[in-house]
Design a protein around this ligand. Structure first.
Ligand SMILES: [Zn+2]
Length: 145
């Protein structure tokens, strides 16, 4: 049965490798896929490209959830029903303090106020039952960091 009034929601594909990331997001924790050899951080992959170890132990480690906006676009047209009610919305690239880049949305900020190197912090929004997405919001003026 289809509920016409319910907005379509696109949810991420959860697999054995990325499952800990999504479970942590539901707890409000931001994790990075990390090489135990050299401490390099990655998107979920099977090995580390930073050190010479061909199969280093990789695991999910807590991260600061802090970063800076380095690029963004504002979508004014919806190419999928899931985004129809969200336009205009931004798709932003955040350089995490730990080094990796993270593709996300900046929330709590007018699209016109997005700025290069704006400091941001992860926050977590439940988009569907059991699915929580990390998004980022500007660090408030008074906060440290
Ligand atoms: Zn490594």
């Amino acid at each position: 049965m289809t509920d016409e009034s319910a907005p379509t929601v696109l949810v991420p594909e959860v697999d054995e490798v990325n499952r800990p990331f999504w479970e942590a997001a539901r707890r409000g924790e931001f994790l990075l896929y990390t090489c135990a050899n050299c401490g390099g951080h990655y998107y979920p992959a099977t090995d580390c490209t930073q050190c010479d170890d061909l199969a280093p132990p990789m695991s999910w480690q807590p991260a600061s959830g802090l970063g800076k906006v380095v690029s963004w676009i504002v979508m004014h047209r919806s190419y999928h029903d899931a985004f129809k009610q969200q336009v205009p919305y931004n798709v932003s690239l955040v350089k995490l303090d730990e080094g990796p880049y993270f593709l996300t949305n900046i929330v709590g900020c007018d699209n016109a106020d997005l700025r290069y190197e704006m400091p941001v912090v992860a926050e977590f929004q439940e988009i569907a039952p059991s699915v929580t997405l990390p998004r980022f919001r500007p660090l408030s003026e008074g906060s440290s960091g």
